[in-house]
Design a protein around this ligand. Sequence first.
Ligand code: APR
Ligand code: PHB
Length: 392
Amino acid sequence: MRTQVGIVGAGAAGLMLGHLLGRAGIDSIIIENRTREHVIDRVRAGVLEQGTVDLLRDAGLGARVLREGMRHTGIGIAFAGGRHRIDLARLTGGRAITVYGQNEVVKDLLDARDGTGRPLLFEVDGVSVHDLVGPQPEIRFVHNGDRQRIRCDFIAGCDGFHGICRSAIPAAAVQTFDRTYPFGWLGILADAAPSSDELVYCLHDRGFALFSMRSPHVTRLYLQCAADEDAAAWSDARIWAELRTRLTMADGWAPQEGPITQKGVTGMRSFVLEPMRYGRLCLAGDAAHIVPPTGAKGLNLAMADVWRLAQTLDAVVRGGPPDRLFDDYSARGVRRTWRAQRFSWWMTTMLHRNEQATPYDERRQRADLEYLVSSEAAMTSLAENYVGLPLD
Ligand code: APR
Ligand code: PHB
């Protein structure tokens, strides 16, 4: 097989890259090691920045997100029993977020890919990438029992945090930056109508809790828990009791309850790889960087990466200098990820209970929250980061 761009991974990043390249007349082959059903069904984040929605719309993928996505012009920050609204739209000249599951984005992208007839292979095994610094890098894998090779002009590593592309880069050619948090999130989906129109991020003495949603009938909720928490140790009754304790406000507001349809624990870590390229391999999305979910930046960073990468590959295919253009792709991506790292770290630290905190640390954390909800400048800073910095 031969293609212009070999894409490893059919998550949001790989599929969107294939879509944007197709619109520029550049062909690609996407390979994915899981099943199509797994890729669609796994539960992921659900907050799209304004720029991500605009990008989907401009790429011809806006019909369903604009119809079914829930546009939110504010979010709630809660502590000490009180909820405080941050008016995202007023503070950012009318920008907002849209609540639309990442798996819905993936479904839209798969439908679009199917419509083009361009190749997308699921359930591939033993993927490896070769000759990254030569003119013709290669992807090797096994599909339906047969060994296959794709000769590519370029390879895009969109294979997520646990993929193989990042580790194909010699350690001496890159630097990594890492931080793990001493807690995780226990997340649930419940068949219950959301009892608020907007998300609520809450710090309680017993830990963080987040009220979110997926549709007018489905509530999404998270609880801070141990990093290695066993979801099986949490009965539905225990989950609701803990959510009620943390999220019931002094004015009586609490999430509406209903049957729990999904439960899982997510670890919290931050990771950055610099640079995001090696030879003719460029990384995008979780393959290159991850953030804790508190700032809702993971998917949006991935979308910004592939927007830049599609433009870069287009310029290279038209005869531009690959080294200079890929360095520029990486430098702009690294700058954007560090801004998202800072914001995600700040939201995480401000909103989570830290077992090691001294009474001094706890008072300072409370002051941080009180300042945030009382200062126009502080709210504006949160709002402009939360709705997303302009694509660059
Ligand atoms: N070969 C082929 N595909 C692979 C391999 C491999 N060796 N390893 C992993 N993959 C696939 C995964 O199965 C997955 O479908 O690569 C895809 C990576 O997709 P995501 O993990 O969704 O990552 P990305 O597309 O970068 O999207 C980032 O996902 O985890 C969230 O918070 C994150 O919202 C962000 C988004
Ligand atoms: C979600 O709805 O899954 C969600 C919302 C906001 C976050 C993280 C996850 O910060």
